[in-house]
Design a protein around this ligand. Structure first.
Ligand code: FES
Length: 170
């Protein structure tokens, strides 16, 4: 199925208008609006930030300041799956660096990058509070622990093949 990008984008901006209207009067509304907008667009490109600034009648520097400050916001397109490798002390001691290297090799990307097919984004994180399972990675909401580099290809393959199946059944 071919996607009409312009139509898709116009639809997203209509959703953004609704979000702004819904949260405009609330306290802490900027963060809320940015969170919801990121859910719609997948990330927060500059044109979305500019649109929000204009609608709220605030400087774009204020909006960009918030987006840049909080790590939950992204200004770059993100993959469907975010692979986060914990580099906290416990994980580091148990070989997190080797896990990270195995993922980089498998996906052919570096930390902060997204694969060409937009399926995976690779991130390094601090302790996620699952030290007993070190070394730990998360892929979206899934947690994998006590890993060795040899586990990585099959774990990633689960997501690659799930995505293929999803595309075939749609
Ligand atoms: S150091 Fe990795 S979960 Fe705590």
């Amino acid at each position: 199925m071919e996607v009409d990008i312009e139509k898709y984008e116009a639809e997203n901006f209509r959703k953004l208008d609704k979000i702004i209207a819904q949260y405009k009067e609330q306290r802490g509304m900027l963060i809320r609006i940015l969170q919801k907008s990121q859910e719609v667009f997948g990330y927060l490109p500059l044109k979305v930030q500019a649109y929000i600034a204009e609608k709220l009648d605030i400087p774009i520097s204020t909006v960009n300041g918030v987006v840049s400050f909080y790590s939950l916001f992204s200004q770059e397109p993100q993959g469907k799956y975010t692979v986060s490798v914990c580099l906290g002390t416990a994980c580091y001691v148990k070989g997190a660096q080797e896990i990270l290297e195995a993922i980089k090799k498998e996906l052919q990307i570096d930390v902060g990058e997204t694969t060409m097919d937009n399926l995976f984004t690779l991130k390094a994180t601090r302790c996620i509070g699952a030290c007993g399972l070190a070394p730990v990675i998360t892929i979206n909401d899934d947690i994998y622990g006590r890993l060795t580099p040899a586990d990585i290809p099959s774990i990633l393959y689960k997501y690659t093949s799930a995505d293929k199946k999803a595309r075939v059944t749609h």
